[in-house]
Ligand binder design. Structure first.
Ligand code: AMP
Length: 196
């Protein structure tokens, strides 16, 4: 396998989805958001969606087993053979193990973990706006605060795991979209990762 493999990690509301679109276009790789895949399944009332809905509405993580199966299926699609960007996965240590095994069994590895850093008060405000604009059922204030707690407890510790592998590029996620994208592109270039 060739290409670039990027993880985007950061609290809800840090702008991962927005930057995922920019990076996906710049690198010509698919942006894969487990949240988007789950929302699509919930909307279409698939068996997976029916299982995931209650967890999502409560702002809890969907169980690892469901999430890991979903991501294996998606990463085996042909469009991922030349790299991919993962937005919102992995979110737990078990998901990191699963992804590690998947990549090792395909003789490949991650190139970088982009950590979008944003102050909790700023992300709560951003998500409040998104709730008005997009009507996401998990964007009300109580659920947003819970999702931030879940991020702190279950996902933030992954940054240490990836830091110990020298993979983490911390990026200030506050500012204009294009400025944040530029910061990311510069940090990646500094690591020798450029869009060819
Ligand atoms: P997101 O769009 O990334 O904010 O995800 C929305 C919701 O989907 C989360 O609050 C979780 O309920 C669920 N979800 C998305 N990705 C994952 C994941 N990797 N592990 C578990 N649950 C997830």
């Amino acid at each position: 396998m060739s290409g670039t493999r990027i993880l985007l990690i950061g609290p809800p509301g840090a702008g991962k989805g927005t930057q995922a679109i920019e990076l996906s276009a710049a690198f010509g790789i698919p942006a894969i958001s487990t949240g988007d895949i789950f929302r699509h399944n919930v909307k279409n009332e698939t068996p997976l969606g029916l299982k995931a809905k209650a967890f999502m509405d409560a702002g809890d993580n969907v169980p690892d087993s469901l999430t890991n199966d979903l991501i294996t299926d998606r990463l085996e699609d042909p469009d991922c053979s030349n790299g991919f960007l993962l937005d919102g996965y992995p979110r737990t240590p078990d998901q990191v193990r699963h992804l590690d095994e998947f990549l090792a069994s395909h003789n490949t590895a991650l190139d970088v973990v982009v950590q979008l850093v944003a102050d909790p008060d700023v992300v709560v405000e951003r998500l409040r706006l998104r709730a008005t604009e997009q009507g996401r059922s998990d964007d009300n204030e109580a659920v947003v605060r819970h999702r931030l707690e879940v991020y702190q407890e279950q996902t933030a510790p992954l940054i240490d795991i990836f830091s110990s592998r020298n993979l983490v590029a911390p990026i200030d996620g506050i500012g204009e979209i294009s400025d944040v994208t530029e910061r990311i592109m510069n940090a990646l270039a500094g690591r020798g990762i450029t869009a060819s």
